[in-house]
Design a protein around this ligand. Structure first.
Ligand SMILES: *Cc1c(COP(=O)(O)O)cnc(C)c1O
Length: 470
């Protein structure tokens, strides 16, 4: 398997290189050169496999010979040993039609641990082979940062600089990042919103002198390996509900379009998914794009579901690339136009192609709160605001068959918002006990590229000239 850029003008990479890369040098995102297909028999054979074995089967074609099957299995087993539930991602039935896939049993209480715990080990494995040092720069609306820091703190060969929007992450999210005292972890509170943080990270990757000097790498969902690791749970859940004999729909609380793109990949690989429901909050660019072809940037409103307070969803480019018939030049032209005008129109054909699988819904705060109260009153389940948005979209969706809503965060991670909506205050699980007793460490900087690059340059490890005898 080789990886190519959505903008068609970057060299092909293998899995190891794509894992360590950020944006492609042409500004695009890496995608596999084809979608590997799983036959119905291969999907049927997943029944009864545990999460790690399922992951080995799904990841193997993407990993190629970067890892042996035994190395891959050992790595995944180590990654998921840190999860608090033996099933890793338990599937819970709410009523006749609705299910929750609980993706929040990892160390930082959000689904991002599922990919990040394994990605940390992939980094360590590949970097120790190469004796290279990486500087990870990332933007987070809260959950990516905490998951990345939990996965990468104290690991050799890398430093992490994580940008979050000052004052716009929950107290649990911020403390999960800022109370980690490892010397390779640096948190930066940016005076701006998440899109500003993401734009700053993109600008650093697009500054070749800076990116080369510090060998920047990404842990945001522009990193292909993360998406690959998320494809696994779509198979795991659907097989438990009768795939490939029965098709299953998924409702996905969506921000950067990474999680739902992983579902798209699962469908491309042959998993019979009825519909993928793209659930947005009032920051609804994806809903406008899918329902009306209007992918144009609005202003970001802060909501109770901060991980979805996003206008520019990086991974949407990966879908566009397929909708343009995998034509890199066409995607590059469209994205250049988007970067200039802050808008892009999907043609009726593209919308039709997308609609065969993807539907969308925009959930406002009242509908979110109603879904949260419904889950508690009718099913005895306290869900977080992101999950409630997914549930509200699932309840309103015109699809047949079972619908699995991805439960993307533990309610305790957003306990103030959960309490406001439901009157119930979730307790913090034991694995994050002590969070409020530890000291915080972070810098606050303006949303200014030069200021951020200077801060990083003073702390990061530049790439050394190769040692003469090495
Ligand atoms: C990151 C996140 C999302 C959005 O996922 P994307 O892959 O960015 O679409 C939704 N809910 C929670 C809790 C998250 O942390």
């Amino acid at each position: 398997m080789e990886y190519l850029s959505t903008r068609g003008a970057a060299p092909l990479l293998d899995f190891e290189s794509v894992t360590l890369a950020g944006l492609a040098p042409d500004g695009g995102l890496y995608v596999p050169d084809h979608w590997p297909a799983l036959s119905r028999e291969a999907i049927r054979d997943l029944a009864g496999l545990d999460y790690v074995e399922t992951a080995v089967r799904i990841c193997a074609p993407f990993v190629g010979d970067a890892l042996t099957e035994t190395e891959l299995r050992d790595l995944l087993r180590t990654a998921y040993a840190s999860f608090a539930h033996a099933a890793v991602v338990p599937l819970k039935q709410l009523d006749e039609r609705h299910w929750l896939l609980e993706l929040f049993h990892g160390p930082t209480l959000a689904f991002k641990d599922v990919a990040m715990q394994a990605l940390g080990l992939l980094f360590e494995t590949f970097l120790s082979r190469r004796t290279e040092h990486l500087t990870i720069v990332g933007a987070t609306s809260g959950d990516t940062g905490s998951a990345a820091i939990a996965a990468l703190a104290g690991r050799a060969h890398l430093d992490v600089f994580m940008l979050h929007p000052a004052g716009r992450v929950s107290d649990v999210q911020r403390r999960q990042m800022t109370t980690v005292q490892s010397p390779n972890i640096f948190n930066i509170a940016v005076e701006g919103n998440f899109d500003d943080c993401q734009a700053l990270v993109k600008a650093m990757f697009n500054d070749p002198a800076f990116a080369g000097r510090y060998r920047l790498a990404a842990v945001n969902s522009i990193n292909w390996a993360r998406l690959m690791l998320q494809v696994v749970y779509y198979f795991y859940a659907a097989v438990r509900l009768g795939a490939p004999e029965r098709s299953v729909s998924f409702s996905v609380p969506t921000g950067n379009f990474g999680d739902v793109f992983a579902g798209y990949v699962a469908a491309r690989m042959g998993l019979p998914i009825g519909r993928l429901i793209v659930a947005t909050n009032v920051n609804d660019i994806l809903h406008r794009a899918l329902s009306a072809g209007d992918y144009s940037v609005g202003s970001v409103s802060a909501t109770a579901a901060p991980s979805m307070d996003i206008q520019v969803s990086s991974n949407f480019e990966r879908l566009l690339f397929d909708l343009y018939g995998r034509d890199g030049a066409a995607t590059a032209a469209a994205m250049a136009g988007f970067e200039t005008t802050r808008g892009l129109a999907l043609t009726p054909t593209m919308r039709g192609d997308a609609a065969a699988l993807l539907v969308s819904a925009r959930i406002d705060p009242d509908d979110m709160a109603a879904a949260l109260r419904w889950a508690m009153a009718e099913c005895g389940e306290l869900v977080d605001p992101h999950t409630a948005i997914g549930l509200a979209a699932a309840q309103g969706a015109d699809v047949a068959g079972p619908i699995v809503t991805l439960a993307t965060a533990h309610p305790a991670k957003f306990r103030d918002a959960v309490e406001r909506a439901s009157g119930h205050r979730p307790g913090l699980p034991a694995r994050v006990a002590g969070l409020f007793d530890r000291a915080e460490r972070y810098a606050t900087l303006p949303a200014d590229l030069a200021a951020i690059e200077t801060y990083i340059a003073e702390r990061a490890t530049p790439v050394h000239a190769p040692a003469a005898a090495a």
